[in-house]
Each structure stands twice: as C-alpha cells, then as structure tokens.
Design a protein around this ligand. Structure first.
Ligand code: 6R9
Length: 678
C-alpha cells in the first residue's frame, strides 16, 4: 500500500448496553483503566482466575523478542483447569456439553462425566507411549470425543494438532508430517448434510505418506465399514472406554507447547501456529468471561465454529470449559434437515449466548426472516460474530431478527495467531456501532499505522498492528522461527529491515510508542474513526488501488449489502487500463428478487448507483455480476483471490481449500456472459 486506506463508510447508528446486562456485567469500564495503569499486573490478575500448581516469578519475559515467555516459571495443568477443578468445587453435575448430532441423536455430558472420559483417554494415550514431548493429530467430526481428545492431550502434556475434518488426505498428511505426530485420533466418519462422510478412509490414505505415525485411535460414529491395519489401528471403544479413569494430572510449565494449529493459506506450505499453556489459557478464559459476560450457572453458550478452527479451540474447548460453562455442541450444517436448525437448537436448549460468523449470518438473512421467526429465541441475551468483517446491514439483521432488538452484538476481531479475542466491545460497557469491533480489550494494545509505521489520525485508515505482547500470542511457527519473524515482525518496528522506517516514525503519529519497538503486523487493513473506534477492513492483500485511492473491499461490500435486494457481496480489484484497478463486484441477490432480463439489468444499474451514492463516485463498481454462490474457505471466509483470477480472465489458482469447488465454474461462466452494466 503506498497510501493510507480511504475512509468511505459512515455509520451513525449507536446501540447502548441493556441496563440489566450493564449493571450485572462481569467486566465494567474500570477494567480499561486498570489495564492501562499496569498492563502486566492486569494480566497477572487474569492468570489468577486459573489454578496454578506453582506460581510464576515473572509475568512477561520479552528479552528474547519476538519470542515471548509469559508467567515465567509458573506450572499448571490445562485439563485440571477445564474439568477437575470444577468437579472438585462441587459442580460435577453441571452440564458441560449438550451435544446434538446432525441426525438428531443427542448426548448430555456433565463435568463429572467429562472428567472420566478425559482421564480414560489420558491413560489410553499414555499406554500408547504418548508423552509430553510428543504430538498427536486429531481429525474428528464435531463430536464430544474431539474435545475429550484435546483435553486428554493437554492433560498429559502432549501437543495436539487438530486438523479440520473437511480437509483432504493430502492436507492431512502435510500437517501430520510437519508436526511429527505419532498418533492420529479420528472416527470412522461423521454426518454432514444428511449423509455419513468418511474420515478413517482419508486417514488411511494420508498415512501411506506418514511413516512416523504409530497408531490411530478410531471413534465409532457412523458405523460404516472401515479399512483396518492390525497393530496400528485401535478402536476408541476398545481402548479408551476400557481404560482406568484414575489419572493424576501433572502440572506443566507455562510455556509448554499446548497445540499447533495450521492456518488457512497455501496447502503446500502450511503455517503451524504454536500456542503454549499458561498465557493461552489465561487469555482464552478471560476473554470468554469478559466478552460473553458468561454466568456459568445460568448461561447456555453456543459457539457454532468447528473445533478444527481456532474459534473452536478457544471458545468451545478451552475458554468456556476453563470458565465452567454449559455449552451446546452441534455436529452438522445449519440447513440439515431444514434451514431453521440453528434456531430450533436455540429454542430447545434455551441458548443464551450465540457466537457465529458473518458468512452464516448473511446466509440466514438470504434464507429469509420468516425462518427464525418460527422459533422462540427469547432465551438469547448476547450475540457474537467472528471470522470476517461484519457488514453493518448483516449486524443489524443479526441484532433485530435473532436478537429481538434486545441483545448486544459483539463483533470480535482476532486470529489463529492471537489465540484469543483482541478487539471487541465489552457488552456491558460499549456503545456499539454496527460493523465496528470498537476497541482493543483491556490489556491489549492495537494501533492503525500508515506505510511508514506512523499511527494514522482519527478518521484515517491503514494497517492494523499490535504494539505490545499479549498472553495468548503465538510463540512461533512450528519449526520455522525465521518465517515467524519475517511474517509478523519484519514489516514495522524494531524487526523491520529498513532502519528508521518503522518504529521511530510512529512517534509522530500520536500513540505512544512501546519502549521495545517490536510491532506485530496482523496483515489486516483497518480504520480508526473520529471517535477512535476501530473498523476492520479485511486482509491488506485484498485492498484495491483505484485511480490512486486505496479502497477496502469490505466497505464496498457493505455498501452493496445495505441495498435491500442484496444478500451477500464480494468485491475485488481487477486490472484496468485507465484506473489501474477497477472494482468488480460479485453479488448474491436475496431469494425473492427478480433478476431476469430487463429487471436484472435495472437492478445492476441501480446497485452501481447505490454504491456511488453511499461511498462516493470513486467506489462505483465497473462491473457487477449477480451470482448464486461465492467461493469460500471451509471456515467461511470469502476467497477474493479466486474472484480476482476470474475478473482478470486468468486460469484459477489453487482451489483445494474451497468449501465447494464447483462454485468457481459457475462464476467463471457468468463472467464470460455479455453484460450491460460495464
Ligand atoms: C478467529 C479467526 C483471522 C482473520 C483476521 C481477519 C479476519 C476475524 C474478524 C476478522 C474483521 C472480525 N477476521 N475476525 N475481520 N472483523 N471480527 O477468524 O481466525 O481463521 O486465523 O482468521 O480473519 O482478516 O486476520 P483466523
């Protein structure tokens, strides 16, 4: 980016916390002051929300930056913190998981029962020779055993690497090899879209390339036939379910590796993000307590992410369980067997807090308001969003149609790398603006900087950076310290290769420069509005340069989504002989909108005008295509890279991480059709 991002979108709607929530909130405005007064003392207090076998001697050691050590010398056991201590406190009968399979089968698991399962799995893994210097790959559907497997690894100090169950044999084997996993925990299959899918068969294929794997542990979920390698493969029900449920948890060092999680990106070279024990759990637990205002005795929390993503790690497995939460866990897709499945589950389990993704919210809006309206959603009191920028109109729809115009919506920005939520409203404090993640949480320092690393003034846009280390931060990229430095710490600040270009320049920008000068580059664009609140604008790779103006795809998409005929939109910059790049928009109309013939042409012209009216003529798309679907990753993020290929009539790059690879063929065909809106 040669200039700062333009600031195009203006939003004047404001939503104050409901008084009842505010007056009983877990975290109040004072937390910001406390953390500002002494950030490390603040995190010290949050760490004390956990049980430690041994107290730490130093909160943070940053002397070997960018390699951080938090809670130095402290020792704790994660599984003890997530399960045993609740049982010891007399809460063994509290439900930990209301699990619902896609076909409608259910399991209710209390904390006491979860403890038995975790201890048995810990014993079984130990018997297989797994210890605290080993890695275990977990490739499971959304069944309770996924959480049990993670906790069992944590209990014995083995580092887990959960691989999303939708990934191919190739992706799986690449991750198993990179991590050096010696055991793979999987299932025969899982249910998705009404059909059993195979997992064990994919593991078998992957393992032809992974000689380091000694055993697989296989959960029977679907009962389908599976291949079997005697001596290597073991059934969970023969091994874990028959193991002793007596197991004493040993404490591990605060910096003991807890898990590796591979981020989306190129499958050829996955980045194994490494998280450790004490700091990660502190931040996962604190942010879950603060952002979701969780009241463990009465709330029913539902995070709809898959455990294969970081959201499932931090806000299904670790954060909620550390806080003693009661959760819903759902195996399947939101439209199986019908499009009201989520709302049916909220009604059934009286869910009070829902955490989902903008892609899901926009899809629900597209399916129509009448679907959620058929269910009783009055149990809800708080709604969260994560994964992508949430368009103001999607935020409004979520608040009104799902939250009954009564529940606060918290838009939470964070990454696999950050381990936990970083930027988010506090539900009992913040006057929310639709589409803004608002402020860094207490104890977190974020900034928006220009190309030279100087803080942008209010009203400006640029790169999102984090100026201070935080407890849940990644410690490195597994096996590749240099890539860790290069990717996150070399763009700005002390780690930058051009001396003087980064850290020092930031002094002029207004925000006090951290003494150490290390600046974490998140890779996202952001703007700071006149009030100092933050708006996340997506990956900087997606920013468009139109006639010398940097324009975010997010803002143009939000303008399109604010038109009543539009459900979803994805925008890219395509090479243009006159403007450098020109805006090309792929738009999904709402289900009942007439797009045939002349009506379609009229709509396209109107949409282009609408964007120009909302954001200014500079943001007017050169071309808009009406499409039925958009290319998305399996975690629901729009893949603009592929749309750029289509818009520039290039052959498509890697499509293996797509949720549905046929989508691109349809879009490419559409692109080649003649259109009047050019
Ligand atoms: C938690 C998660 C991280 C990237 C991140 C950003 C995007 C996530 C967002 C958001 C705008 C939000 N992102 N939350 N953008 N507003 N509230 O999604 O982790 O899969 O590693 O993705 O997702 O671009 O950099 P991960």
């Amino acid at each position: 980016m040669t200039e700062t991002l333009e600031n195009l979108l203006h939003e004047s709607r404001r939503f104050v916390p409901p008084p009842q929530l505010a007056s009983a909130a877990n975290v109040t405005a004072g937390a910001y002051d406390e953390a500002a007064a002494d950030r490390l003392a603040f995190w010290d207090r949050q760490a004390r929300r956990l049980d430690w076998a041994q107290e730490w001697t130093r909160t943070l050691d940053w002397s070997d930056a960018p390699f951080a050590r938090w809670f130095v010398g402290g020792r704790l056991n994660v599984a003890h913190n997530c399960v045993d201590r609740h049982v010891a406190a007399g809460l063994g009968d509290r439900v930990a998981l209301f699990w619902e399979g896609e076909p409608g089968d259910t399991r209710v698991i209390t904390y006491a029962e979860l403890g038995v399962m975790v201890r048995q799995a810990a014993n079984a893994l130990t018997d297989l020779g797994v210890g605290s210097t080993d890695r275990v790959a977990i490739y499971l559907p959304m069944i309770p055993e996924a959480v049990v497997a993670m906790l069992a690894c944590a209990r014995i100090g083995a580092t887990h690497s959960v691989v999303f169950g939708g990934f191919s044999a190739e992706a799986l084997s690449g991750r198993i090899i990179d991590a050096g996993a010696k055991v793979v925990i999987t299932a025969d299959g899982g249910y998705r879209r009404g059909r059993p899918s195979g997992l064990k068969s994919i593991v078998d294929e992957a393992l032809t390339r992974c000689p380091v794997v000694e055993h697989t542990l296989v959960v029977r979920r679907t009962g389908q036939d599976v291949g079997w390698t005697a001596g290597r493969d073991l059934w969970w029900h023969d091994t874990v379910a028959t193991a002793s449920d007596l197991h004493e948890a040993q404490p591990f060092d605060a910096e003991h590796p807890l898990f590796i999680l591979y981020t989306s990106g190129t499958t050829a070279h996955p980045k194994g993000i490494l998280h450790t024990t004490g700091g990660y759990l502190t931040q996962a637990a604190y942010t879950h307590h603060a952002v979701f205002d969780l009241k463990p005795g009465t709330d029913v929390f539902w995070c709809t992410a898959d455990v294969g993503w970081v959201t499932g790690h931090s806000y299904i497995a670790y954060g909620p369980l550390a806080n003693g939460a009661t959760q819903v866990m759902y195996e399947g897709t939101p439209d199986t067997p019908h499009q009201g499945r989520f709302w049916e589950l909220i009604e059934k389990y009286r869910v009070t807090i829902l955490y989902t993704a903008p892609t899901a919210i926009r899809t629900f809006a597209k399916w129509g308001d009448d679907i959620p309206a058929q269910f009783d959603l009055t149990s809800l009191r708080l709604l969260g969003s994560v994964g992508e920028p949430i368009n103001p109109e999607a935020w409004m729809w979520y608040r009104e149609q799902i939250g009954g115009d009564r529940c606060p919506v918290v838009d939470t920005w964070w990454q696999t790398e950050t381990g936990g939520i970083m930027i988010s409203p506090l539900p009992g404090v913040t006057r929310c603006k639709p589409g803004s993640a608002m402020r860094p949480l207490p104890g977190i320092t974020a900034d928006v900087v220009d190309d030279a690393g100087a803080s942008v003034p209010a009203g400006g846009g640029g790169f999102l950076v984090l100026r201070e280390p935080w407890p849940g931060m990644l410690r490195t990229i597994w096996g590749d310290d240099q890539r860790f430095r290069d990717t996150y710490w070399s763009r700005f600040g002390t780690g930058t290769s051009a001396p003087g270009s980064g850290a020092r320049a930031a002094n002029g920008g207004g925000t006090a420069l951290a003494e150490h000068g290390w600046v974490y580059f998140a890779g996202d664009g952001a703007k700071r509005d006149e009030d100092g609140d933050l708006w996340l604008l997506g990956r900087v790779d997606d920013v468009m340069l139109v006639s010398g103006h940097n324009i975010s795809t997010t803002e143009v998409e939000s303008a399109l989504v604010s038109h009543p005929a539009v459900a979803e939109a994805a925008v890219v910059g395509a090479t243009d002989p006159i403007t450098g790049q020109a805006i090309v928009a792929f738009t999904i109309p709402l289900g009942d909108v007439d797009t045939a013939g002349e009506a379609g042409e009229k709509l396209l012209a109107e949409l282009r005008r609408h964007v120009a009216d909302t954001l200014g003529p500079i943001a007017k798309p050169r071309q808009i295509l009406l499409v039925g679907e958009l290319p998305k990753t399996r975690s629901g993020k729009i893949m603009r890279r592929l749309l750029r290929d289509v818009a520039e009539h290039r052959s498509l790059g890697d499509v293996t991480t797509l949720q549905d690879s046929t989508v691109m063929d349809l879009i490419a065909t559409k692109m080649d059709e003649p259109h009047a809106a050019d």
